[in-house]
Design a protein around this ligand. Structure first.
Ligand code: ZN
Ligand code: ZN
Length: 530
């Protein structure tokens, strides 16, 4: 069973799966693990026959606290204001900063097949009064809240502190106000110039009612209130929030002791480390989701996040490595095994579920998808580098029959990904330039046994059409002549590339015109003059 199926088997009754996000900045690929896990949990619950609602919240009353995300002229004016009240930095395409950036991640989610039943916006919910009861309870129980912060997180709020963020009626900032003295109707607030380092309050003070959208709960309380308001039963959360005394512990305690409700089931998940860096916050090359998806199509990206159990950290280093081709190979292996074909190496239990949940379309016909012909990524990465190759024809020859419409779409997607990979990440040995004229210097470096081998390969029968068949023949002929495999491959790379290494030799020969291959083998063997 896949981990998500295990989870689904352990719960009963209707389920509400939830997550939420502050809409600031662009989406980095590491931060997509959470949404994929969320979606897969919802799919597994539905698969198990449980009535399931998938919700995704946008915490857009959170204050703007990142100066780097604003244009210089907007910094003084906008820092500290709710994200929902900051203008769209891109111009007039959205009604606010929050809507603009949430739009980016909603599009990214959709591209990954993640379609919540509903997105909810905290800036819409507070003004309806639905949060008023939770605000009142939090203020009435402020002593308990302060005690939870002290006990669970060792955070000492002053005795006068109230769990409330009021929007300053004078300057509109929410990050700069300090609320005290709840009298059952109103609170006293001060908009302090130096409450936080990243925004400057206007100095206004007075009494305000905290209801109907005039204020919001601080994050830990808002989170716990969302669980009560929406009836959340399962909410995965990242390791950074799941540490002892961290955000989740605080919100769990607030749910139990302040709002008197059991918190939802947590599914803590680990980070994705890309190139040795934690990618949830960094801005390294290739970190933005829209860049990675050029190289790793949605189904392989879902598979990447989904294959390890959530509590396993993943190290992924695409730069100058075969990590991307290996990911495709692993995906293809899961597909083949799901289709009942024999595969090499071990497979984890639940591989068929992992494959099914990797598919973009949650209603896809899994066995049809599993049976689809998928050309090896490494072979395509080679074919796209060889001039004048009819790639679909080569792939059809390898399959042995014409491609279905779906297989053609898979091929097109992979050709694009292979080109992007060669441009962005591929190691030097994967970049090939086949030498049109025999590379004389390299050929002179061959030993007699290597020349004999190349000659034997030329005479070993009709050239195979597939990379695998070529690879087998390369081994067979080497074995028959008693030549170690390493020397056989070195001879082939010398003959075709004029160097000592290269990509998988079977794919290289299968990519080239068969007549050209045989001619070159004969020349390199010395049977025919160059
Ligand atoms: Zn916009
Ligand atoms: Zn103010």
């Amino acid at each position: 069973m896949d981990w998500a199926d295990e989870l689904a088997a352990g719960v009963s009754g209707p389920q509400v799966v939830n997550d939420s996000k502050t809409p600031s900045g662009t989406v980095h690929v590491g931060s997509l693990r959470g949404p994929v896990i969320l979606d897969v949990i919802a799919r597994a619950l539905r698969h198990a026959g449980l009535e399931t609602t998938l919700l995704y919240g946008i915490d857009d009353l959170d204050p703007m606290d990142a100066q780097a995300l604003l244009t210089p002229d907007a910094v003084e004016r906008e820092m500290g204001k709710p994200l929902a009240h900051v203008p769209d930095p891109a111009g007039d395409c959205h009604e606010s900063y929050a809507r603009h950036f949430a739009g980016l991640f909603i599009d990214t989610f959709r591209g990954l097949g993640i379609v919540p039943d509903r997105y909810y916006w905290m800036s819409d919910i507070y003004p309806t009064g639905q949060m008023d009861g939770f605000i009142r309870t939090a203020l009435d129980r402020a002593t308990t809240v302060r005690d939870i912060y002290r006990r669970v997180a060792n955070v000492q709020h002053p005795d006068a502190w109230l769990p409330l963020s009021v929007i300053c009626p004078n300057c509109g900032r929410i990050g700069t106000t300090f609320a005290t003295d709840w009298d059952g109707q109103t609170v006293a607030i001060e908009c302090r110039p130096n409450l936080v380092t990243w925004a400057t309050g206007c100095g206004w003070s007075g009494r305000v009612s905290p209801f109907g959208g005039a204020a919001k709960l601080p994050w830990n309380l808002e989170w716990a209130a969302q669980w009560s308001l929406l009836g959340v039963t399962i909410e995965p959360c990242g390791k950074d929030l799941s540490t002892a005394g961290g955000s989740r512990d605080r919100s769990d305690a607030i749910a139990r002791e302040v709002f008197e409700r059991e918190p939802p089931l947590n599914v803590p998940y680990e980070f994705i480390n890309i190139g040795g860096k934690k990618m949830s916050t960094s801005k390294g090359r290739g970190a933005a989701a829209h860049e990675i998806v050029e190289v790793i199509p949605p189904e392989q990206l879902r598979f990447f996040f989904l294959r390890p159990r959530p509590n396993h950290a993943v190290d992924f280093d695409p730069e100058g490595t075969d990590a991307v081709p290996r990911l495709f190979d692993e995906f293809d292996k899961f597909a083949a095994a799901t289709a009942g074909k024999p595969v090499k190496g071990d497979l984890p239990p639940g591989y068929a579920g992992t494959f099914a949940y990797s598919l973009l379309d949650r209603d896809a016909h899994v066995s049809t998808e599993a049976e689809a012909f998928r050309p090896a990524f490494g072979h395509l990465a080679l074919l796209v580098q060889i001039p004048n190759v009819d790639i679909p024809a080569r792939v059809e020859a390898e399959k042995g029959e014409s491609l279905t419409e779906r297989e053609t779409a898979i091929l097109d997607e992979r050709i694009g990904a292979a080109r992007a990979w060669l441009e962005a990440y591929a190691p030097e040995r994967s970049i090939v330039a086949v030498r049109e004229d025999p590379p004389i210097e390299a050929l002179l470096g061959l030993d007699d046994d290597q020349r004999r081998y190349l000659g034997a390969l030329a005479e070993a029968g009709d050239p195979p059409t597939s990379g695998d068949a070529w690879q087998n023949r390369i081994f067979e002929v080497a074995g028959a002549g008693g030549l170690p495999n390493g020397r056989a491959f070195a001879a082939l790379y010398a003959a075709f590339l004029g160097r000592s290494n290269g990509p998988r030799a079977g794919w290289l020969l299968a990519s080239l015109d068969p007549e050209f291959v045989i001619d070159r083998l004969r020349i390199a063997s010395g049977q025919v003059p160059a």
